[in-house]
Design a protein around this ligand. Structure first.
Ligand code: 7PJ
Length: 272
């Protein structure tokens, strides 16, 4: 089966299930066990209604240490190969061109890059592979991004950045229809910045590019709720922000809790 992301997006908001192939996300033991657990988790998310699985081998959480590219490839490529043809679009979440290449060779269908293909090699790989790309906004690097980020006008600046990246992509030969944009909630933003971006998400939708939104379990939720909740206890805020995004026209929701998000979307659709 060949999936067409554009057609799937047109049928309604899509849920992208997050699959972190990092030993710390599956705390039991070695690489092989981690990969087996990751594949099982992905199959569960597909059964729950995820149209896309976003596979990442490097944590981009604030303050996280980077892993080597070799290790990132060792973690992700076999999982992609194991999930090929199992009913979901496979997305590689990486900022490294070598990892993109290995993922595409293993069967990845799209690229999700938190650095918006800033590396010219990545741009070339994406253009040559002719796959959909998600361009995300981030201010700084995962190590530095949360140290007092500042904007004059956060919506305009993030929008200008994403449109400039999209232009570069098109210049490199990536078709306009293959470009997805994402304001990058939590990546170099204060609570106020995140809330402002969410409140004005329609501005991103108005560009005509499909918008991907990732709010799932992010720390802005506990900050906004002022409840010190840990990531696994942020489902309420994750669903509230996801539905607000869909209401504004977001087409892809990047989430941990697939079943709950799919259910929320079904109710939202039934009411429309
Ligand atoms: C995002 C992402 C996001 C896109 C992560 C986390 C941090 N990719 N990768 N958008 N977040 N496109 O999930 O908490 O928001 S990693």
């Amino acid at each position: 089966m060949k999936h067409d992301l554009q057609k799937m997006i047109a049928q309604g908001p899509l849920v992208m299930g997050i699959l972190n192939v990092t030993p710390d996300s599956f705390s039991d033991g070695g690489l092989h066990e981690t990969q087996e657990a990751a594949v099982a988790r992905a199959l569960k998310m597909i059964a729950e209604g995820a149209g896309i699985i976003d596979i990442g081998g490097e944590s981009t959480r604030p303050g996280a240490e980077p892993v080597t590219v070799e290790e990132e490839i060792r973690r992700t490529a076999p999982v992609i190969a194991a999930l090929k043809g199992r009913g979901a679009i496979l997305s590689i979440d990486t900022r490294n061109p070598e990892t993109m290449s290995a993922a595409l060779a293993a069967g990845a269908d799209m690229i999700n890059d938190v650095t918006a293909l800033a590396n010219p090699e990545s741009l070339e790989i994406a253009a040559r592979a002719n796959v959909p790309v998600c361009l995300m906004h981030m201010k700084g690097t995962p190590q530095t991004m949360q140290s007092a980020p500042q904007y004059e006008d956060v919506v305009q600046e993030v929008l200008d950045y994403l449109l400039a990246c999209a232009k570069l992509c098109m210049k490199a030969g990536i078709a306009k229809e293959k470009i997805i944009i994402d304001p990058g909630i939590g990546f170099g933003k204060t609570l106020a910045h995140n809330l402002t971006l969410l409140a004005h998400l329609a501005r991103f939708v108005e560009t005509g590019f499909p918008v991907l939104l990732g709010t799932s379990r992010k720390s802005f939720i506990s900050a906004a709720a002022n409840d010190q909740s840990q990531p696994e206890n942020r489902l309420g805020g994750s669903l509230a922000s996801a539905l607000r995004g869909v209401e504004a026209g977001a087409k892809i929701l990047r989430v941990h809790d697939v079943h709950e998000t799919v259910q929320a979307l079904k109710i939202w659709k039934a009411m429309n």
